[in-house]
Design a protein. Structure first.
Length: 110
């Protein structure tokens, strides 16, 4: 009977662990989707390389609760500005840095 009790105990412990492992895997599987959601479609209106700024006409930035508009953003790295020119359609990641919004990633729109 001791063996049966031990097997029952192991079975009851493994079920929550297996569920937790499945939930953990599911969380990581959705991480790339969440990262992709952080990108916003935009059109480059102006680039000011000297001031490290870019003017974008952007769509809704959901993770910042910002509606579509045209505005000037700083850039985290000036090298991002070399990836685009006025009139280009791009995808950007924008993050809040203190009191300002900063473009942290920029790529050509598909």
């Amino acid at each position: 009977m001791t063996k049966t009790l031990l097997l029952a105990l192991l079975a009851s412990l493994s079920t929550p662990l297996a569920q937790a492992a499945g939930e953990h895997s599911a969380h990581h599987a959705s991480a790339p989707a969440a990262a992709a959601a952080d990108f916003t479609e935009a059109e480059v209106k102006k680039i000011d390389a000297a001031q490290a700024k870019i003017t974008l006409k952007h769509g809704e930035i959901k993770h910042l609760d910002m509606p579509p508009m045209t505005m000037v953003f700083g850039v985290k790295d000036k090298a991002l500005l070399a990836k685009a020119k006025p009139g280009d359609k791009v995808r950007v990641r924008i993050e809040k840095d203190g009191a300002r919004y900063v473009v942290t990633a920029l790529e050509a729109a598909p």
